[in-house]
Ligand binder design. Structure first.
Ligand code: SAM
Length: 761
């Protein structure tokens, strides 16, 4: 129903549609319940006292017997009618009488699940078992169990079941007269009805009863107001009866967990006995007669229906059915992460508690479904983001295609997927109050497991009054232009010196153990007596702990397992190779061009990303293969930095930034025993990843590590960037470029650190 209505609500004619829908439902029901025929055959005659007498078509009076208001079956007395209801119409009766109270705080509910949620959230799950009281929503009396509620209904509300031809008309605002009695089964009055529990209640406009969920109100309305005028006389919740006002349930809560003495006397079969004992002297006040529902079906329809239609229409967005365990499970087993679980549940059931994923994970584990998205450190492989920013768009599906071809640099022709990721100003409502605008959902165009967002802070001094579209047009070099995003470094296989090839370990499991792994032995044989970052001996341990955090001190190489090993990608000794898993954001700085910041907190020791680009060889004869197709000569003994510098100047002149990473500058020769003699540079000018946007800082929060994967030669090691401290969300990431300062102006440093050296290089 909610889905239908949600769909229908998109249609401007929804009010009319709902009216028709409700009208046809009502007609169907009246036909099924046998009111249709009666109503068509009946007429009214007004008495002198203003009461209305129902006459048959032939003008004769109907028989004076009691008629069930639902099925019109006739009964000679209340007893028969009451029994009939307890046997046949229990289902309908609950929408007229059955509610719940929280035994802890006595808040009232009409839906058991809503009560349970209330108890769990307000009082704790341990109270769930004992916290449900049955409440008569007609008079707000509370009972320990359903039998007692039934006894009460039959004894106190039996006249509400009947379709009487002459029923007392209740004057406006006056409650129906009832026999007040201090019944044993009546436990406590609900002294805080209407207390604001943060839960919305839906009030029946015709009788004032309040319901937790709109569908419940719908059921109530159907039963109470589309069949018989008598039931609409049930007093509103606000006109509650105040029996046993002095008794406070809470003080008796513990006691009440077992039936009280008077309650024990009553058994479930007591309903019948009680009913039989019930006096039949229901005195009818015939001075006021209400119209029988059978006469009002047609006339009440319009305003009743429009009331319901209005209510449904205005509340339709706010209430949905609560998901059952099965519903949650069926969604949980197919989602990729917490975020998509929440989104799927929200779409179907509206807003649910944030920690619903815990329940979903528990349900999965109960039935043996393996999931890991509930874990804190889980990163969605599809890149779903839980970003709540209104500027953010829905997570996009990463493309399957990795870097395939190399269009010329600066080529303005983008593939379809790139258009899909890059947005123009039309896609976001420009609002100066917004803190940032996402200009590209993923500069990797789906190549990374986690999307790398590109954002512009609107209060950045560079763009105080510019709109995103203008910024995009004004920028010569946008972070997704002018280079090819790759997730693996590009290195000609001829560069790998076969003598230095790293062999696979002999471990035979999917996860290597440090006691057996040859990579640990290799490291231990070279670096004896080394301690980790916390002073604990490294011997017999991987460079990473069980949480994939680096523990090896800076300056020493990490020997990761590689493709020759039998272990799988989740091996504790493969961290850099898992690729980017941390959420990062490329953003525009005031004076350093583009930069990268953490889009989520990054704990110390976490692998952030690899510096990726083309690996260029410094040849023995002093030549390096050069990205600009220039032949630049280098001799190993001394001119290396000068030539790099020349290269940097050349790049700076062209784009304002240099993307060269000197592997050699990262090698601490006192610590690292290098076997290779050739030096390499990683050039991210044409091919690179997010690391090319990470700036230099003289007081960095990232450290670089040499990670040997394919080769033992540290000159050919991968460059891993790791958090050397806990990094806050939004904090700019930076590492020390480690470049030597050469004569000349160089590149002034704007890192802002207290110990800033003043120059980047
Ligand atoms: C690897 S790129 C970093 C990304 C670069 N900011 C961009 O816009 O593409 C290195 C260049 O960034 C600039 N840069 C990096 N760190 C800097 C700093 N601390 N101060 C000033 N400029 C810096 C320099 O122009 C340098 O050549």
């Amino acid at each position: 129903m909610p889905q239908i209505l949600a769909e229908v609500s998109k249609n401007p004619d929804v009010g009319e549609f709902l009216l028709k829908l409700i009208s046809s439902e009502r007609e169907k029901l009246s036909h099924v319940w046998g009111f249709g025929t009666d109503s068509s055959n009946q007429m009214h005659s007004e008495n002198q006292d203003g009461s209305v007498m129902v006459l048959r078509e032939d003008g004769t009076h109907p028989s004076p017997g009691l008629k069930c208001k639902i099925c019109s079956q006739e009964f000679s007395d209340d007893q028969g009618l009451g029994l009939h209801w307890t046997e046949v119409h229990k289902k309908e009766v609950r929408w007229l009488f059955r509610g719940y109270s929280c035994a802890v705080c006595m808040d009232s509910f009409t839906n058991r699940r809503v009560l349970e949620r209330h108890v769990q959230e307000k009082h704790g799950a341990q109270y769930l078992q004992y916290s449900t009281l049955l409440r008569c929503i007609s008079c707000n009396s509370n009972f320990l169990n359903t039998d007692l509620l039934w006894q009460h209904i039959v004894s106190d509300h039996s006249r509400d079941f009947s379709l009487l031809d002459h029923v007392p008309r209740r004057p406006r605002g006056q409650s129906i007269k009832r026999t007040e009695r201090a019944s044993d089964e009546l436990l406590y009055d609900n002294h805080n009805l209407g207390k604001d529990d943060g839960l919305q209640k839906f009030t029946c406009r015709l009788c004032g009863m309040m319901f937790d969920l709109l569908p419940d109100l719908g059921h109530h309305h159907q039963v109470a107001h589309t069949n018989s005028g008598t039931v609409s006389d049930i007093p509103s919740g606000r006109e509650k009866y105040q029996f046993n006002r002095g008794r406070h349930y809470y003080s008796a809560f513990k006691k009440s967990l077992r039936p009280s003495g008077s309650l024990k006397k009553r058994t479930s079969s007591g309903v019948e006995k009680h009913f039989k004992a019930q006096s039949l002297d229901l005195s009818m006040d015939t001075s006021h007669i209400v119209e029988s529902e059978t006469t009002t079906l047609g006339r009440l329809l319009d305003f009743q229906c429009s009331d319901v239609a209005l209510t449904l229409f205005s509340k339709i967005q706010k209430t949905r059915p609560h998901p059952s365990n099965l519903d949650i499970l069926s969604i949980a087993r197919s989602v990729c992460c917490k975020t998509s679980l929440r989104a799927a549940l929200k779409a179907k059931y509206g807003i649910l508690p944030d920690n619903i994923f815990v329940k979903a994970a528990k349900l999965c584990s109960d039935v043996g479904i393996q999931i890991d998205w509930h874990q804190e450190e889980f990163f969605c492989p599809k890149g779903c983001k839980s970003r709540s920013s209104s500027n953010s768009l829905l997570p996009l599906q990463p493309t399957q295609v990795d870097f395939v071809m190399s269009p010329p640099i600066g080529d303005e022709i983008w593939g379809m997927d790139e258009y899909h990721y890059v947005l123009d100003s039309e896609h976001f409502g420009w609002n100066l109050k917004n803190e940032m605008v996402i200009v590209c959902e993923d500069v990797s165009f789906g190549r990374e497991k986690v999307p790398v967002v590109c954002a512009i802070d609107v209060d950045a001094k560079e763009f105080p009054y510019m709109k995103p579209g203008e910024i995009l047009q004004s920028e010569n070099s946008l972070p997704w232009q002018g280079f090819h995003y790759v997730t693996k470094r590009l290195m000609d296989s001829s560069l790998v010196d076969s003598e230095n090839t790293m062999v696979g370990c002999a471990c035979s499991h999917a996860h290597c153990s440090p006691e057996e792994c040859d990579h640990v032995s290799l490291f231990d044989s070279i670096y004896e007596n080394l301690v980790d970052l916390h002073g604990v001996p490294m011997r017999g341990r991987f460079a990473y702990d069980e949480n994939s955090k680096v523990i090896l001190q800076e300056g020493y190489p990490i020997y990761e397992c590689n493709s020759s090993c039998t272990c799988d990608a989740s091996c504790q000794n493969k961290v850099l190779q898992r690729g980017l898993l941390v959420k990062l954001e490329v953003f525009r700085t005031e004076n350093k061009g583009w930069a990268v910041r953490a889009a989520e907190p990054i704990p110390q020791g976490t692998f952030v990303c690899e510096y990726i680009g083309e690996v260029l060889k410094m040849k023995d004869d002093g030549a390096i293969r050069h990205v600009e197709r220039l032949e630049i000569y280098w001799n190993f003994s001394g001119a290396f930095h000068k030539l790099i510098r020349k290269l940097l100047d050349l790049r700076e002149a062209k784009s304002g930034s240099s993307y060269l990473f000197e592997i050699t500058s990262q090698i601490d020769r006192e610590r690292v025993q290098t076997t290779g003699t050739t030096a390499y540079v990683i050039d991210a000018t044409r091919y690179g990843n997010v690391s090319r946007f990470i700036n230099h800082s003289c007081s960095p929060n990232l450290s670089t590590r040499l990670v040997s994967v394919e080769s033992k030669d540290c000159q050919l090691a991968h460059i891993g960037l790791f958090a050397n401290q806990d990094i806050l969300m939004g904090e700019e990431l930076a590492y020390d470029y480690g470049q030597k300062l050469l004569p000349g102006d160089g590149c002034p440093c704007h890192c802002g650190a207290k110990n800033c050296r003043g120059r980047v290089y």
